[in-house]
Design a protein around this ligand. Structure first.
Ligand code: PHE
Length: 455
């Protein structure tokens, strides 16, 4: 399977974890997880989210790594190499599509973050109303688009340098920094008077608040946060060296991702309650709540600047992985030069991404199934494309043609013993597919049922 030129790989254990955790830890943890938790009743959502991470997330991540490492190619070609002449490559293609849809609204939010880096001191001033600032800004017809483009260019600058010299090198520096800053902000938030209610909201489970819709969102969030169900972890898997233990790597990545999500909750909910903000306020939570904290802190402007730089960094390492999935696909499947593959990705992402950004303002009139474009992209990717992609990836290695390579990849061709292999295999065969199906179909049945009851 040699292609003449050997493929670039991640050079060290820490490098693999930093890059994959860099993909996983992002806006999903710091921006999305807190507001999803807030909108879905708090702690009960957290409990079910954690269950999904361990039962669905880790096995699905191991499956993705195995497919990529065995296929040694982009997300779609890896399927073709393992199962030549079959339609399984379409699963990889669906993944690339999902990655592109995610990139289009992900870069909108990342662009907002850059605006907040540029105006970190302004938004932390006590005479600025953070909520008015945010709503004026996102509805502006120009500024959010320019920031979005700037962010995409930043992403491309790293992707251009390749896997080990670009992606890995930057992740290794930026991830530890992110952790340090979140811890500092958590300590400050927990000390706020009135913040206790926020911790209770996050940690004291009240299952009466849990709905089917909440469970669907928790699953979507688990997939989103671990960058699963699309081409990303398959592509990264293809850069992991043959000597690494895939199960351990997935476990470490999932733990890092979960830790950061919980810390983001600990950082945000005490402040939400201390300042009497509605925890279910949705996507704007981080951009309104945190400036509120900063304006009340000593050296708030400095913290604000550091926080938004690091949020940008978290977004950047994730956007890099999204870009890489599609660049690898165009470069390897369509045999394009890497630079052209990048430009093509850039063009597609802009075509979808700019309307998504403008849907917060001028284009809010365009509605699909009652959602603006931004919400629609978020919904179809997190709640439909990613679970569906996840389901097919899992079926591929548990019942489909990927069964043998799966065992070989997990045990490094028999060289290591993986004690949890039986458990992972069982989860992938029965539990994961059943859960994904039930949760994906449940809302459909519920709405049919409600529709009939209403008629
Ligand atoms: N996991 C990333 C986050 O939490 C988002 C992402 C999704 C990245 C899918 C890559 C693929 O922000």
């Amino acid at each position: 399977m040699a292609t003449g030129k050997s493929r670039d790989t991640f050079g060290s254990k820490f490098g693999v974890i930093a890059a994959a955790a860099g993909s996983a830890v992002g806006l999903g943890n710091i921006w999305k997880f807190p507001y999803e938790t807030g909108s879905n009743g708090g702690s009960a959502f957290l409990v079910i989210y954690l269950a999904f991470i361990f039962i669905l997330g880790i096995p699905a991540m191991v499956a993705s790594f195995a497919i990529g490492r065995s296929g040694q190619s982009d997300a779609s070609s890896s399927f073709s190499r393992i199962a030549p002449g079959t339609q399984w490559k379409l699963v990889g293609f669906l993944g690339i599509l999902a990655a592109i849809v995610v990139t289009s609204f992900y870069t909108t939010v990342a662009g907002w973050t850059l605006e907040y880096v540029a105006h970190a001191f302004t938004v932390a001033q006590s005479d600025v109303d953070p909520s008015a600032y945010f709503s004026d800004f996102i509805a502006n017809p120009l500024r959010p688009v320019l920031w979005q483009i700037a962010f995409i260019v930043l992403t491309m600058l790293v992707v251009m340098r390749g896997v080990s010299k670009g992606i890995e090198r930057y992740s290794k520096i930026l991830m530890p920094l992110l952790l340090a800053l979140i811890i500092i902000l958590c300590v400050r938030a927990v000390m706020l008077p009135g913040g206790r209610a926020g911790l209770e909201f996050l940690f004291k489970p009240d299952f009466s608040k849990l709905t089917f819709e909440g469970a669907l969102n928790a699953m979507g969030q688990a997939f989103f946060s671990l960058s699963l169900g699309m081409g990303v972890m398959i592509t990264y898997g293809s850069y992991i060296r043959k000597s690494e233990n895939l199960t351990k790597t997935a476990l470490h990545v999932a733990l890092a991702d979960t830790l950061i999500a919980i810390l983001a909750g600990v950082m945000i909910f005490p402040a939400v309650f201390a300042f009497g903000i509605e925890p279910g306020s949705g996507p704007s939570l981080v951009y309104i709540t945190l400036p509120n904290i900063f304006s009340k802190m000593a050296l708030g402007g400095v913290f604000s600047l550091l926080f938004f730089i690091l949020l940008t960094v978290a977004a950047l390492t994730s956007a890099i992985s999204l870009f890489e999935a599609s660049v690898a696909y165009f470069a390897e499947r369509l045999k394009m030069k890497r630079i052209y593959a990048m430009l093509l990705t850039f063009a597609i992402v802009l075509t979808l991404g700019i309307p998504a950004t403008l849907s917060q303002g001028n284009l809010s009139c365009i509605q699909l199934f009652g959602m603006n474009l931004f919400d629609f992209f978020d919904f179809i990717s997190s709640n439909i494309m990613m679970p569906l992609g996840g389901l097919l990836i899992v079926l591929f290695v548990s019942w489909g043609p990927g069964k043998d390579i799966f065992r070989n990849e997990l045990t490094n061709q028999g060289a290591i013993r993986v004690r949890s292999f039986g458990a992972i295999e069982f989860l992938l065969r029965f539990v994961v597919p059943a859960l994904i199906l039930v949760i994906m179909l449940a809302p459909l049945f519920l709405s049919l049922f409600r529709g009939e009851a209403g008629a």
